[in-house]
Design a binder for this molecule. Structure first.
Ligand code: SAM
Length: 285
């Protein structure tokens, strides 16, 4: 089904009814796009995560708008009401910062609008994952955005181990408080992979450090990180997968024998059962 809105044709007057997904700055307010500014000015209402946060942005932009709260806790009736409004009005969807739906609310709303045949368009703009990726200098030809890392150690380790063999740069969101523990978990799993920490992007204290996970963990243990963080892990080194014995010993530091064997089998093409038997021997030593 084609239900997109034609790009705004004039810079004045009212907008065509429908849903406008609008990206907003992730720090530097100068990153608002001309098109976002135009739509925020001319739409009939703005659906936002937090009316105080979006209120501040609109005030800075000199825009006065009707704000409607829309977050992940919105009820089915609230969403249905908003979708109904889109039939006759232009509704802009924003999140607190960056691109809506990317680790932010909006997924259900957009799909329900789509199912209802409402016209939808997107105004692309800032996104911390893409900003961090491009700043890091890690390979951008293939990347996987995997959202927020789980909070608990075991869940985080399993989550990371599940991504281990993906031949792409991994892009993750992480909190500054948990950064060191996550770097330690990455160091245990993949001591040789390059890692980048992109912090406070587009803000005064923007920084991007690239090193091994162990080096970064050591740095941030001494210099407690603040603010917002994108964590990036370079792809596995295809040229030098390492010998299975060394990889197995490393993997066993953080994984169960079955998981370690599976991971090393995928990385090296060696027989999984033989690796499992060897992992059990090493475990018993
Ligand atoms: N939808 C947003 C986007 O497009 O980037 C992401 C929202 S998510 C709830 C917030 C997370 O994004 C933060 O915890 C942090 O990991 C990352 N983030 C947002 N702004 C950032 C910034 N300026 N610098 C680094 N990371 C940022």
């Amino acid at each position: 089904m084609v239900n997109t809105i034609q790009p705004e044709s004039s810079l004045s007057g009212s907008l065509a009814p429908g849903l406008y997904i609008v990206a907003t700055p992730i720090g530097n307010l100068g990153d608002i796009t001309l098109r976002a500014l135009d739509v925020l000015r001319r739409c009939d209402r703005v659906a936002c995560e937090d009316t105080r946060v979006t209120g501040k942005l609109l005030k800075h932009l000199g825009v006065s708008q009707r704000l409607v709260r829309h977050d992940d806790h919105a009820s089915a009736q609230d969403r249905a009401r908003l979708v109904e409004a889109m039939r006759g009005k232009a509704v802009a969807l924003v999140s607190d910062a960056g691109t809506p739906l990317v680790s932010d609310p909006g997924y259900r709303l957009v799909n329900e609008a789509r199912d209802a045949g409402v016209a939808i368009t997107v105004l692309p703009g800032p996104c911390a994952a893409v900003a961090g990726l491009t700043l890091s200098g890690l390979p951008c030809d293939r990347f996987l955005f995997a959202g927020f890392l789980p909070v608990k150690d075991k869940a985080r380790q399993d989550f990371l181990a599940g991504l281990g063999m993906i031949d792409a740069t991994l892009v993750l969101y992480e909190s500054a408080q948990r950064l060191v523990r996550s770097l330690e978990a990455i160091a245990a799993l993949w001591p040789r992979r390059e890692v980048a920490v992109a912090r406070e992007l587009t803000k005064l204290h923007e920084e991007c450090r690239r090193a091994s996970a162990a080096e970064l963990a050591a740095h941030y243990s001494l210099h407690a990180p603040k603010g917002e963080v994108v964590l990036l892990i370079g792809p596995p080194d295809e040229q030098a997968p390492g010998d299975p014995e060394t990889l197995l010993r490393e993997a066993l530091k953080s994984l169960k024998p079955s998981q370690a064997a599976a991971q090393v089998a995928r990385a090296t093409g060696h027989d999984r059962k033989a690796l499992y038997d060897r992992a059990m021997e090493l475990k018993a030593q």
